[in-house]
Design a protein around this ligand. Structure first.
Ligand code: PLP
Length: 413
């Protein structure tokens, strides 16, 4: 790979079966966007869809939109589209709330299915909100349930007959390391535990097959690789076999069997609907659907192939151009063991990333010293990756990052 010439790169781009998707997104000129794992860019049609829903549905039909425009069924209808991307069946996925809130609901539901067990087991370096939510749930249980964390590599051996649920992130947000969903789910089941997967960094970037892995529960994000917009609603998956017994602790009216009977007592709806809580975010789901429709048009194998190839190319170019002692690759070198991102550490990772952003290469920084580069295969080209690596090498070689303005920390990194 290090020896790929400019002509080879042009050939790769010319032969790229996903190249046409680039124009379906709106990205500023001069930007190489390597942050789609944090916030995907807007699909070109997102504005038009929002204008349509605002004027032709909300504006024209007002409150009748709930039935005339099918707003009330949006969580399930659009959930069925997400299901196609993640190896779920129709009726197993709903769009609702945020990833954090969905985690709370499903984690509580999982614990409720294993009432005699007291442990939620997770990886120590899981995404913080996942751990915080588990801590909050443990606090509410008044000592019944506790969160136990172990390094990702020790999860399988740590599952025991007190484990109610194993809660894992499929892709490590810091390193991009990918866990084996099928194997770890089987390890949980072998001990009678349930498996809850957070696929925030997987959905839309790599093939996920929840039912092939026999996953029990899953949650994921709408605004990362699904390009649903800032704060887009999230999704949740509950395997059909659990839908009769699992209960949401957030027993809001949209999860009621008959919300418009206005009965005083809660009775859960059948199926995935019981995991809804309040009123669906209609505009948010409308925007998310635009991003989803694009993701559904892409061949999943082509997506995975290109995402791996972009990551490999980036690593090869960076290693060829940058001094050995400055950067450390903390992502797995083998593409099969990575999600869709490559992470490098640098002792001055924060100002280096700010200098890169100033030059149009947008990645992000994760404390303490990680520079994260996401490779969204729908809108990036091989040429973009070569250019990003060249600019990184230049920023390092010239010391251009070492200016006071690049050292000032922003509120959101
Ligand atoms: C991005 C991400 C989240 C985000 O949760 P929000 O509730 O949308 O803020 C949660 N978990 C993981 C693993 C993530 O990558």
């Amino acid at each position: 790979m290090a020896m790929t010439t400019d002509a080879d790169i042009a050939d790769l781009d010319a032969a790229d079966p996903l190249a046409a998707f680039h124009d379906a997104f709106s990205l500023p000129d001069g930007v190489i966007y390597l942050c789609g794992n944090s916030l995907g860019p807007p699909p070109r049609n997102a504005g038009e869809r929002l204008t349509h829903v605002t004027a032709q549905q909300w504006g024209a039909h007002l409150v009748r939109g709930w039935t005339e425009d099918g707003w009330i069924t949006l969580p399930r209808r659009v959930g069925d589209k997400v299901a196609r991307l993640i190896g779920a069946k129709p009726g197993e996925v709903a769009i609702a709330d945020s990833t954090s809130v969905n985690l709370f609901k499903l984690l509580a539901a999982a614990c409720g299915l294993r009432p005699d067990r007291t442990t939620i087991l997770s990886q120590a370096d899981n995404f913080p909100t996942d751990l915080y939510i588990a801590q909050g749930l443990a606090g509410l249980s008044r000592g019944h349930t506790q969160l136990r964390t172990v390094p990702a590599g020790a999860i399988a051996d740590a599952i025991d007959d007190d484990t109610a649920v194993v809660m894992l992130s499929h892709v490590d947000y810091r390193t991009g390391a990918l866990l084996d969903m099928k194997k770890l789910t089987a390890a949980a089941h072998a001990k009678g535990a349930l498996a809850l997967w957070d696929i925030a960094h997987s959905a839309g970037a790599l093939p996920v097959d929840l039912n092939l892995a026999a996953a029990d529960f899953a949650v994921g994000c709408g605004y990362k690789y699904l390009n649903g917009g800032p704060g887009a609603p999230a999704f949740l998956f509950v395997a059909e076999r659990h839908q009769g017994d699992a209960r949401s602790p957030l027993s809001g009216w949209m999860g009621h069997a008959l919300p418009f009977d206005f009965a005083p007592d809660y009775r859960p709806a059948d199926g995935i609907t019981r995991f809804l809580c309040g009123t669906p975010v209609v505009l948010g789901i409308a925007a998310l659907e635009v991003g989803l429709d694009l993701a559904l048009k892409a061949d999943p194998d082509a997506l995975r192939h290109k995402s791996q190839a972009l990551g490999n190319l980036f690593i090869a170019r960076v290693e060829a151009l940058c001094a050995d002692d400055e950067l450390t690759l903390i992502s797995p070198r083998a593409a099969a063991a990575r999600g869709s991102q490559v992470c490098l550490t640098h002792r001055q990772g924060y100002p280096v990333m700010q200098a890169l952003i100033d030059r149009g290469v947008i990645g992000d920084f994760r404390a303490p010293d990680i520079m994260r580069f996401g490779f969204a295969p729908l809108y990036l080209s091989y040429g973009d990756i070569v250019e990003a690596a060249r600019i990184l090498a230049d920023v390092l070689a010239t010391g251009a990052w070492d200016q006071p303005k690049y050292h000032q920390r922003a509120a959101v990194t």
